[in-house]
Design a protein around this ligand. Structure first.
Ligand SMILES: *Cc1c(COP(=O)(O)O)cnc(C)c1O
Length: 341
């Protein structure tokens, strides 16, 4: 029995989701004639109180499209040094948009209004790239599933308005943050110019992301998605999974968070563990004592068929998800507890 804690993207559709996919009404979405894609887009736009939404094959394409719509070549965006848009999108910011990233060292992937203010280039000083966009990530991936205090986001919005900067949210795991905080989806919709959300992470869909924005923004995004090769035909089969997931599987993610907390508690008690990033949602990032052999640890876990990710520089990552069962969880907890390194 393979126990896969590599990522929350490893899930397969549940029986109910497969049923919903099979029963989907479909059409050609490139002609905007897929009723299920249209329904998903309307549903997510309404949920976040934003004017429009568009279905994408991946979160990367949704983010890259947003960045392309917000910027012109030569301009600069500001993000945390752990940001997915900077680290894990294949250099797309420069490849697709000709834009550079001004990096900030935040707290678990979260940056503050003050830190942003310090790196906004003065517009009149034409030697420097024009700062155009701020990208936040919530929850943070490489930062370990941390979420923002919404008051900080409000401050960042005020700053962006003052300097006429766009504000984009990479909300791949915004669903996780929404379960742990009191803010409503509309609070995010009112604050950001654009938001991307993943259906293929904790929600458990096989494929898909949604990009949200104003009517005009999504109209521009439609052209960019076409250029990027992201126009899909009978995508309603995939959109049906998204609708099903939001209605029936979102709340289940609380169990992922609970399991992550329990993993962290066991790790705290293990004498071979050096550091664990505070666990806020479904991601656990930790490192071993220098005296403990990391390869040995990975190998012993593999012998129990437990798989997780090495992020480099001694950081290890486990991600909980809906296909990580209670039985598997017990195996992992006891293996960690018994381990001698
Ligand atoms: C997963 C993820 C994405 C999108 O990834 P895709 O694999 O392209 O869907 C974007 N941002 C963050 C923070 C992510 O974790």
């Amino acid at each position: 029995m393979k126990i896969n804690l590599i990522s929350d993207t490893v899930t397969v559709p549940s029986a109910g989701m497969l049923q919903a996919m099979q029963n989907a009404q479909v059409g050609d979405d490139v002609f905007k004639e897929d009723p299920t894609v249209n329904a998903l887009e309307e549903k997510v736009a309404k949920l976040f109180g934003m004017e429009a939404a568009m279905f994408f094959p991946s979160g990367t394409m949704a983010n890259q499209t947003a960045i392309k719509v917000h910027t012109q070549p030569g301009e600069q965006l500001i993000c945390d040094h752990f940001a997915h848009v900077y680290n894990y999108e294949g250099g797309g910011v420069s490849f697709n948009s000709g834009v550079s990233c001004r990096l900030i060292t935040g707290n678990q992937g979260r940056i503050t209004a003050q830190q942003i203010e310090e790196v906004i280039n003065p517009t009149e000083f034409y030697h420097m790239p024009k700062t155009r966009l701020v990208c936040l990530e919530n929850t943070t991936n490489k930062g370990g599933g941390a979420f923002y205090d919404f008051e900080e986001i409000r401050k960042i919005k005020t700053l962006c308005d003052k300097h006429q900067l766009g504000l984009h949210l990479d909300g791949a795991r915004l669903w996780n943050a929404l379960l742990e905080t009191t803010e409503q989806p509309q609070d995010y919709g009112q604050t950001f110019d654009s938001i991307s959300v993943c259906l293929s992470k904790g929600l458990g869909c096989p494929v898909g992301s949604v990009l949200l924005g104003s009517e005009a923004f999504i109209q521009q995004a439609l052209r960019i998605r076409k250029v990027f090769g992201g126009g899909m035909r009978q995508a309603g089969y995939l959109a049906a999974a998204g609708i099903y997931a939001i209605d029936h599987q979102w709340e289940d993610m609380r169990q992922d968070h609970q399991k992550a907390k329990e993993l962290a508690e066991i790790l705290y008690s293990c004498d071979y563990v050096k550091k664990i990033e505070p666990v806020c949602t479904n991601i656990i990032i930790f490192s071993l004592l220098d005296s403990a052999n990391e390869l040995n640890f990975v190998e012993q876990m593999r012998q129990q068929d437990i798989h997780f990710m090495r992020l480099g520089k001694g950081k290890l990552r486990m991600v909980t998800h809906r296909d990580y069962t209670v039985e598997q969880h017990q195996v992992v907890l006891s293996t960690l507890k018994k381990m001698k390194l």
